[in-house]
Design a protein around this ligand. Structure first.
Ligand code: AGP
Length: 616
């Protein structure tokens, strides 16, 4: 949440910073603001609402030229989304400007302290206290902004990335991080920092991963990193393995449409290099210790939202292949309920961003209990993989739209690979059984491609049903998490009531929601898989149809038995049961995207949401 950009170098800072903010706007769009230093003066422009509002302001009231600047796009926590609460925040003496991502948990105490010292606070944010505290520390340490930052950080509780400018030191940007993302871009005669490499990848693909509780100091020619005590620390360099074009819309109207279309490639990339020529799974890159995998007695998946749905899908597969119990826990609940995890548990944290605070906190709790941890993550160098014992990257490429699409499919692939690897290492499946599943996985990119070729019908349906007040989703077995995912997509994009249910559970209460004309989207299990599941879902369809529901079946090609029971059928390729989520989710993504478009909503940046949720 909140996007942060900093630049110091030879270019016009404002251009670099605003372009960076454009790429980070997915992280929050309640307000945007920039600050530059020009001729010993800190110049700030900020505006509530999307970046476009700030750009309009910059057109009307331009900033002077400067080669040092910072910028922020906000997802509001403390204080409403107003001009006043927008970042940067400036100290009373206008010497220091600060931007912030995270929550300063002891801000009320610090604010009272500042007030008692006569400081006038002008916003409702927690961030503003950091600006005033820095301004008070800087003279004490003879203008040493990095030292002032360290002194302030030692007093802060909570999660923060803080970036500061000092009008007296025009070629300097100082930043600090605790529990909030921050990466450094290494240029020649220029350096960058940002919440996400997307902000600077058009300038450099050389980056540095910062650790916890570190302060980084940027000048055009130098980068130094210390801990909060001032001791130098080692940082890990990495190279961004995608270029700026991957974070562009590439001819699509929406990032979400582009990312839906990228799914065949994303699935192929998630599999690439992980299956050997002799059809064995090779996950050497992960650092998964085979003796640990042999010793564990259960698997616990921790994740949020879409990532949790991917975990729920994986549970069916991993339990089937390994006979190990798999629990899937919403990360936000995990550490608050005294979960039973220990050295015999493999805890898998699934996260696209690798920064989700709920998942990170759950991961840390699991580690404290002695659990072995594995991250399934898309963002290289992010916090969750860095803090896990092992990591399996999904390699889906940057996902910019707030609604997760390709991340979901690739998380399923990665979790399946882990499940098969467990089975391989523990000797639980015959080699030909593993090979059969790998062959099925290998076919998935082309199967997903087939779904994408046939989305017109689902688009039409979405437009026809755009005035519905509620849509229900039903599934059984792996179709149940798919139903949850379809409902989540519709809620977050179309802002409508949508619920996913296990089809068999409907009669235990939710069936009361059915009234004449309510659209019910049913993920129909393959009749070739476990026929009983197909038969049962037909009964469930009958139950809702008898009460007036409009039934839309997501059914495989060749399932003619479903025809008499559905008002509409959306066809997906016939695939084995455990592969069905990879094809049946895609029409639901398209449905939500099209319905939100029909309603005139901002699909890539739905209201109240942010892509990377870095608060608990
Ligand atoms: C789904 O469309 C959402 N964007 C959201 O549920 C997301 O999956 C969740 O916040 C977890 O994010 P993560 O994968 O980055 O941890």
């Amino acid at each position: 949440m909140c996007g942060i950009v900093g630049y110091v170098g030879q270019k016009q800072a404002l251009e670099v910073v605003v372009a960076g903010l454009r790429r980070l706007e997915y992280r929050g769009y309640d307000s945007a603001g920039v600050a530059v230093i020009s001729e010993g003066v800190l110049e700030v422009r900020k505006r509530a609402g999307k970046l476009a509002n700030l750009e309009e302001l910059l057109g009307a009231d331009p900033l002077p030229q400067s080669t040092t600047g910072i910028g922020h796009t906000r997802w509001a926590t403390h204080g409403g989304p107003t001009d006043h609460n927008a970042h940067p925040h400036v100290s009373e003496d206008t010497r220091i400007a600060v931007i912030h991502n995270g929550i300063i948990e002891n801000f009320a105490e610090l604010r009272d302290e500042l007030r008692a010292a006569g400081v006038q606070l002008t916003s409702e944010t927690d961030t503003e206290v950091a600006a005033h505290m820095l301004a008070r520390e800087v003279p004490i340490v003879d203008g040493d902004l990095p030292e002032a930052m360290r002194r302030v950080c030692r007093r802060l509780e909570g999660a923060f990335t803080l970036v500061a400018l000092d009008r007296e030191q025009p070629d300097l940007v100082v930043a600090a991080r605790r529990n909030s993302p921050l990466v450094v871009g290494v240029g020649e005669g220029e350096n960058f920092l940002a919440s996400d490499v997307a902000a600077f990848v058009e300038h450099t693909r050389h980056a540095l991963e910062l650790g916890q509780d570190q302060v980084v100091v940027l000048t055009p020619d130098d980068i130094t990193v210390t801990d909060f005590a001032g001791e130098p620390v080692e940082v890990r360099p990495f190279t961004v393995d995608w270029d700026a074009s991957a974070a562009e819309k590439g001819g699509y109207d929406l990032f979400m449409l582009k990312e839906i279309a990228e799914q065949p490639k994303a699935v192929a990339d998630a599999l690439r290099g992980r299956i050997s020529k002799d059809h064995r799974i090779q996950l050497d890159e992960t650092d998964l210790d085979e003796s640990v995998l042999r010793s564990i007695t259960k698997v616990v998946v921790i994740a949020c939202g879409t990532a949790a749905h991917a975990g729920m899908v994986a549970k069916y597969a991993i339990e089937h292949w390994t006979r190990l119990p798999v629990e899937v826990e919403l990360a936000s609940e995990f550490r608050y309920r005294d979960p039973i995890v220990g050295p015999d548990s493999l805890v898998i944290a699934i996260s696209q961003s690798g920064e989700t605070m709920d998942t990170l906190m759950a991961l840390r709790h699991a580690k404290e209990q002695g659990a072995r941890t594995l991250a399934i993550c898309n963002t290289v160098g992010s916090t969750i993989p860095r803090e896990s014992d092992a990591v399996l990257y999904t390699y889906a490429g940057p996902e910019i739209a707030v609604a997760s699409t390709k991340a979901f499919l690739t998380q399923i692939i990665a979790a399946y690979l882990v499940g098969l690897y467990l089975a391989q290492v523990r000797g639980l499946m015959f080699e030909d059984e593993i090979r059969a599943v790998l062959d099925e996985l290998d076919e998935m990119p082309s199967k997903v491609d087939l779904v994408l070729d046939t989305t017109e019908h689902v688009r039409e349906l979405a437009r026809e049903l755009a005035d519905s007040t509620s849509v229900l989703f039903l599934g059984r077995h792996v179709g149940f998490p798919v139903a949850l995912e379809g409902a989540l997509k519709l809620k977050e994009l179309a802002y409508m009531h949508a619920e996913g249910f296990p089809a068999g559970e409907l009669k235990h209460g939710p069936i009361a929601l059915i009234e004449e004309g309510v659209p019910v989207i049913v993920i129909v299990p393959s009749p070739r898989g476990r026929a009983v599941l197909h038969d049962k879902i037909v009964s469930n369809i009958q139950e809702v149809r008898a009460r007036g529901a409009l039934v839309i079946a997501i059914a495989e090609e060749g399932d003619e038995a479903i025809a008499p029971f559905a008002d509409h059928i959306v066809r997906v390729p016939a695939v084995p049961t455990l592969m069905q989520p990879l094809v049946s989710t895609v029409p639901l993504q398209v449905f939500a995207c099209e319905m939100a478009t029909a309603k005139g909503h901002d699909v890539d940046q739905p209201r109240n949401l942010a892509k990377s949720v870095t608060v608990e």
